[in-house]
Design a protein around this ligand. Structure first.
Ligand code: GLU
Length: 459
């Protein structure tokens, strides 16, 4: 077993979004790749903004995505508790330690971290007051992704507010030390905090861990410009869960937001991603969210699901649809319909609309399609001919149905298409969907004849 210990440290202050999921995933991948430990730590010190709802969402989302944690809430571990709200004693002891070592002091009710160096007072134009600057060299961060980053920190900073609450930088570092974290993998928005963190490590006399700041996720062009935010459409993990996306497709897609296997492969089993993932392989440049590509990835995964699993997924979805029980009434029929739809949809939540005419006789008819189909040739005559010929046809296979339709067309000196378009309109109300022969076979002769007759009578 390697010594690698990484952590995902979310704050339960909002919905679980793509960016958080990607950070969690990269940590998890690195832990699994190295045979290390993946820790979940809840950074819930902000009492005002924390919500139980959001905490549960973190657990649920990680579990749904398959990102299991080795240490943390629910999992336990030797370095707990893993919720910062339960670690007050540890922070108080850590403050005492810094004070005793001469690296922290009290001023105006707050506790400040003390920088080491020559001090001088200067007037700060911007803040319109005199401040104490400390003459120190810039902090150097050797980031595994960004490379060498330098940042000047030349003022003491608060680590415990006057109300007694410790600040993010402080608890974050105290916990990373206590939990023996070896690699900090987090969003690039935290790079600017890292210089303070490095100084705090120094204050505790501990060598900082390795840092790996992963690139931001930008909006796709149709979403606008800039960084993807929680408010953007498609930004929340919950949304994909509700739409019955396959978590493995989402995970595969997220792994490509800032990383690639070094060739241009995209769809890869998770075991292979684990094998290939490494921090130096993470890109420096920002990643772009692309909902279309995610939909396509989901489609690829749906396509390869074994029939039983696809039917299970579909059944679960229909159970949650208003009126979905009607579709589930006949199990064998439901399964046949779902297998027709499987290669045609991008996500499970398209199933109800895609298969509506299989489960109800009062399906919607697309007016534009109807206008077009009825304007060409003599569709009513074709319906008459179908109604005359089909009762004797063999409906047991697509091939038999195709043969019957072709025989009829040949007999009348017409083409397959002359019958196909109007038949499809009459039995499905659209011009899209699975092949007409498959639709006929699954609907069954009786239902097909009934619909052809009803359509002819009504038009
Ligand atoms: N609680 C911080 C966040 O949610 C964690 C930052 C870190 O990973 O160090 O952004």
């Amino acid at each position: 077993m390697s010594h690698v210990r990484v952590r995902f440290a979310p704050s339960p202050t909002g919905f679980f979004h793509i960016g958080s999921a990607r950070t969690a995933l990269f940590n998890w991948l690195y832990a699994r790749h190295t045979g290390g430990v993946f820790i979940l730590r809840i950074e819930d010190t902000d009492k005002e903004r924390n919500r139980d709802q959001f905490l549960n969402l973190i657990y649920d989302s990680l579990t749904w995505l398959g990102l299991d944690w080795d240490e943390g809430p629910k999992a336990g571990g030797a370095f707990g508790p893993y919720r910062q709200s339960e670690r007050g004693e540890i922070y108080r002891a850590a403050v005492q330690k810094l004070v005793a070592a001469g690296r922290a002091y009290e001023k105006d009710g707050a506790i400040w971290f003390k920088l080491l160096g020559e001090r001088h007072e200067v007037y700060d134009e911007h803040r319109k007051k005199t401040v104490t600057k400390v003459g120190v060299p810039p902090v150097v961060i050797q980031d595994l992704i960004r490379g060498r980053v330098e940042r000047v920190e030349d003022e003491d900073f608060v680590i415990v507010r006057s109300d007694g609450s410790p600040v993010f930088h402080f608890v974050n570092v105290v916990d990373d030390i206590a939990m023996k974290v070896t690699h900090i993998i987090r969003g690039e928005d935290h790079l600017s905090n890292t210089s303070k963190h490095v100084l705090l490590y120094d204050g505790f006399g501990v060598k900082p861990p390795a840092f790996a700041h992963i690139p931001l996720i930008l909006k796709s062009p149709e979403m606008g410009q800039g960084k993807m935010s929680k408010r953007d459409k498609g930004a929340l993990i919950e949304e994909y869960q509700q739409r019955h996306f396959l978590p493995e497709a989402l995970v595969n897609y997220l792994s490509l937001l800032g990383w690639n296997p070094g060739d241009n492969r995209e769809k890869m089993p998770i075991a292979e991603i684990v094998q290939l993932f490494d921090l130096p392989g993470v890109n420096q440049s920002n990643a772009k969210f692309d909902g279309k590509k995610l939909g396509h990835m989901n489609m690829l995964y749906l396509l390869e699901q074994p029939a039983d699993r696809f039917a299970d997924l579909a059944r679960e979805y229909f159970r949650q649809q208003p009126g979905g029980f009607a579709a589930l009434a006949d199990e064998a029929y439901f399964r046949e319909v779902m297998l027709l739809a499987q290669p045609k949809i991008k996500s499970i939540d398209e199933l109800a609309a895609y298969t509506v005419y299989f489960f109800a006789d009062d399906f919607p008819i697309d007016a534009k399609v109807k206008e077009k189909v009825m304007a060409k040739g003599d569709p009513k005559a074709r319906l008459d001919e179908l109604l005359a010929a089909l009762p004797a046809a063999d409906f047991s296979s697509d091939a038999a149905i195709e043969e019957a339709l072709k025989r009829l067309a040949t007999e009348k000196g017409l083409g397959f298409g002359d019958y196909q378009a109007v038949a499809r309109l009459a039995v499905t109300g659209t011009n899209a969907g699975p092949s007409i022969t498959a639709i006929f076979r699954v609907l069954g002769k009786e239902r097909v004849l009934r619909r052809l007759g009803a359509f002819l009578a009504g038009n």
